[in-house]
Structures are given as C-alpha cells and as structure tokens.
Design a protein around this ligand. Structure first.
Ligand code: 5GP
Length: 210
C-alpha cells in the first residue's frame, strides 16, 4: 500500500451510501505533512508536463491542490460555487451536481485567470461519478487552455467517473483507487496500481478498517 492507502485504512470510515469519510486527515481536520506528500507525489507523476496553472473546485479540493501548485511553482485557481444566475460574461461557468450534497451548483472561474496559453493540471480530493471533473474540464476547454492531466487523491473505482474520464482520453492519476468498500464490516479493497513506487504487496490490498 502507498502512504495514502495506509492512512485511509488507519483513519478512513466507510459510511452507508458509498461515502468514505476522511475528515480526520483530509477534508475537515487536515494533516499538513500528508498533504505535502500528496503535493510531492503529483509533482513526481506529472513532472513531464508543462503545467502553468493548477485548477480545483472549492472547498475541499483547495487543500489538496495547494501543495501541488506549490511544488510546481504555479498559481492555484479554484472554481467558486455560485448561486447567482447573474453571471456577467466575465466568467467561465459550468454546472456541477454534488455527489455528497445531491444539489446542483454553478461553478465559475474568472476569465482573467485562465486563457489559451495555459497548461492545466486539474486536482480534486475525490472522484465518484465525475461531475466535478467534467465541469472543470469544460471550463478549461472554454478558456481554450490545455488539460495536461487530472490528479485525484481518492478515486472510488466502483463508481463511473474514472472510466468516463479515461475513456474521454484524459490522463487521470489517482493516488488511491477504492474498488470496493463495505460499511457493515469496514472493509476497503484497493485496486493494485503498477506505477506505484516500491515493492507491491498484493496480499494486503484488502484490509479491515475496524
Ligand atoms: P463526483 O463529482 O465525481 O460525483 O464527486 C466528486 C466530489 O464529491 C468531490 O469533490 C468530493 O468533494 C465529493 N465526494 C464524492 N464522493 C465522496 C466520498 O466518498 N467522501 C467524501 N468525503 N467526499 C466525496
């Protein structure tokens, strides 16, 4: 297991409704040294790309994207959720349905902060059905910029988002891919990843979290 999978096993909680709670280290209380390690790992994985901007979506994407932008030495732009229908033409707009809150939000990015010269790395904390990523991709494309890749901390591989994004031809890297989880037993099964550094330990891919 890699560092993030180990932490998920130690502190993640499987909830009913296919929700993995990681609020003790990733998206409520934040473990800064873990976030910095995530930043270094995405920098290593996308080192061959000429990244000029990192793009994420508020709120919980920001914490993951910050150390990534810091490693690349580029600005971080986050899409803002906006209730206003009064968008004034200064903004790129996408509609995103929230997996956790089940509501729809318009998300906006100012035209001042993305343009055709940009090579963008899109970052988010979770990938479920892929609505958030598709919204961010559509904003980058509306700007005429290039999507160099997408980096996700935790992909839930049993939901369709990862397949959809990869089938569209994008380079998607997820640090942990959960292939199955059971809220009754707390069992989490990770997808083995060949590109993972260090020795593989396939017999430890299925782990009880409690
Ligand atoms: P998607 O748009 O891919 O359906 O969902 C991605 C978004 O929903 C992420 O930005 C994340 O905030 C939230 N999300 C999806 N699944 C989970 C989950 O299992 N746990 C948590 N904490 N957030 C999730």
């Amino acid at each position: 297991m890699n560092f993030l999978e180990e932490r998920i096993v130690k502190d993640g909680v499987v909830k009913p409704g296919n929700v993995l709670k990681v609020d003790s280290f990733l998206n409520h209380q934040m473990d800064i040294s873990l976030l910095n390690e995530i930043g270094r790992e995405f920098h290593r994985r996308f080192a061959d790309c000429p990244i000029t901007k990192v793009l994420t979506i508020e709120a919980s994407g920001i914490a993951i994207a910050y150390p990534v932008a810091s490693e690349f030495g580029v600005p971080l732009v986050f899409a803002k959720k906006s209730k206003s229908i009064n968008i004034d033409g200064e903004m790129y707009v996408a509609e995103v349905e929230s997996f956790t809150h089940k509501n729809k939000n318009q998300v906006v990015v100012s035209r001042r902060f993305l343009g055709p010269e940009d090579h963008v790395l899109i970052i988010d904390d979770f990938l479920a059905n892929g609505c958030a990523l598709q919204g961010l991709i559509s904003i980058v494309e509306a700007a005429g910029a290039t999507v160099e890749g997408l980096g996700i901390a935790i992909e839930k591989g049993f939901q369709i988002g990862g397949r959809v994004i990869r089938n569209l031809g994008y380079r998607l890297e997820s640090l942990a891919i959960v292939d199955a989880m059971d809220d009754e037993t707390g069992t989490i099964t990770f997808r083995p990843q060949d590109e993972r550094p260090g020795p593989r330990q396939p017999d430890r891919n299925q782990v009880e979290t409690r």
